[in-house]
Design a protein around this ligand. Sequence first.
Ligand SMILES: NC(=O)c1ccc[n+]([C@@H]2O[C@H](COP(=O)([O-])OP(=O)(O)OC[C@H]3O[C@@H](n4cnc5c(N)ncnc54)[C@H](O)[C@@H]3O)[C@@H](O)[C@H]2O)c1
Length: 357
Amino acid sequence: MTIRRNRALRGALVGFGNVAVHGHVPVWKNDRHFSILAVCDPDEAQLAVAAELLPDVRRYPTVDELFANERLDFVDVATPPALHGELAIKAAAQGIHVLCEKPLTLSVDECNRIRSAASAAHVVVFTNHNWKYAPIFRTAKRVLRRGEIGRVTHVELQTLRMQPPATVGEGDTWRLDPARSGGGILVDHGWHAFYLALYALDAEPIAVSARTARRKFLASGVEDTANCTIEFDGATAEIFLTWAADERRNAARFTGAQGTIDVADRTLIVRVAERAPVETGFAQPLSAGSYHPDWFAALLDDFREELYEPKLRGANFREAETCCRLLELAYRSSAADGARLPFREVLPPIEGPGAGE
Ligand SMILES: NC(=O)c1ccc[n+]([C@@H]2O[C@H](COP(=O)([O-])OP(=O)(O)OC[C@H]3O[C@@H](n4cnc5c(N)ncnc54)[C@H](O)[C@@H]3O)[C@@H](O)[C@H]2O)c1
């Protein structure tokens, strides 16, 4: 489905919890290219919040009622992860484009089904890879593109938290419930780390090894700590994630043949031999807040371009597909005591063009 540029795109929010309220609504309200007509959430309390924040929208407890009553160009899916895939497939079957919170899906099998549904209906499925739009990572990418530190050989990404983020619903923490989360910190932050590594290295992974652990949330069914190594041709990415830290911090280092880029929350330092380090400060630390409306606003430009220009479609989907494969392999590796698993051979090959192409 191609969309004309001369009208606002009609959308509905599916899942009206924290990220929708704090990360998406402030942007939807101010973007003239999009118009939110409806909200869908089974939780009455969240529909009441929607009525306050977006008084003109219609409200539905299920997507079946939403789809039966609204003519939509797109949905913005922000439910717990285990529902993303089936909601994306349902929307695609109605010819509705999908903007989906990460993770797009939890299994390669479901990812293939999303691809087929999107390709058949010619709709975009675009995952919210919002950390790529953080000004500090955009700046790092520009330094990498300019070749200042040479060919990148090593990427380190760290996310330290003291607990999982809050969810709506009193006493409810779906992030610690595998049936709704699909996994622990690897699903929640690992997905961000995977696409950031791909963004820095612009290459397909060769192999993955990972170990996961439960250090703090011992009664939960998911890991709160994960180490993951991704091998690329001539480069590696080392990812460390934990909800069991005693501080909240994000850090990254990109090591190249001629220098390094260090990202430490709100500071970026480029070090190249025989030159004084160049330090850039940013207003917001990476670890401040969990919802990042400014990053979401920047990402919408790319979502919109995929809607308008079918020939631009697919890059975001391929990135999500790679994250999905990395996620599945990381869990398999952890179950096999950290075994090194080849990226291509273990899972079924990616077939055909990207979603919506
Ligand atoms: N990209 C980011 O930076 C970022 C930040 C936070 C959360 N997220 C992602 O956003 C998603 C939501 O996270 P959250 O923190 O907002 O969780 P949340 O618990 O605050 O909100 C989830 C909402 O989904 C609703 N929901 C449950 N089942 C539904 C269904 N069948 N149909 C419609 N709505 C349904 C719940 O009632 C709730 O209101 C997750 O996938 C999470 O990983 C992304």
